[in-house]
Write a protein that binds this ligand. Structure first.
Ligand SMILES: [Zn+2]
Length: 145
């Protein structure tokens, strides 16, 4: 299997005004009451109060948007909250532009869902993996005692 350098997420440095998300929200789910309340409930959870992308840069900005990490158009399950992330409007606009490229690549059959490091098929858990995560858990657990 050929190895490729991991794609680094880049963040625009410019404070561009009038930077709006492309209108790609074509999924009918976005126009349902279910989405309205699920989205609201998601953003009200303490871990989703702040934009995850801004937080990575040490900026605490209130999240306004629930974004699909793997674009809704290609993620398979629209309602899978493990594929949701809280973003501010600005980061959502950046992400939407990234998604557009991703969706185009997906339609051409390039890349696909692996681009975000979420393989479409999870490898079967091996003993080594289980052992490693158990060790990690032990380490974290002892910290709190
Ligand atoms: Zn943000």
């Amino acid at each position: 299997m050929p190895t490729r350098p991991k794609k680094q997420h880049t963040y625009p440095k410019t404070e561009a005004s009038g930077f709006t998300a492309p209108d790609y929200h074509s999924r009918p789910e976005y126009h349902t009451a279910r989405w309205t309340w699920r989205r609201k409930a998601f953003l009200e959870q303490p871990e989703h109060v702040f934009c995850v992308r801004c937080k990575k840069q040490g900026i605490y900005k209130l999240a306004k948007v629930v974004d699909h990490i793997i674009p809704a158009e290609i993620c398979g399950d629209f309602w899978d909250e493990s594929n949701w992330q809280a973003l501010c409007k600005r980061c959502n606009a950046v992400k939407a532009a990234e998604d557009k490229v991703l969706i185009q690549q997906h339609r051409k059959g390039v890349g696909g869902s692996n681009l975000y490091g979420r393989p479409s098929q999870d490898p079967a858990p091996s003993f080594e993996n289980t052992h490693a995560s158990f060790q990690l858990f032990e380490k974290e657990g002892s910290h709190g005692q």
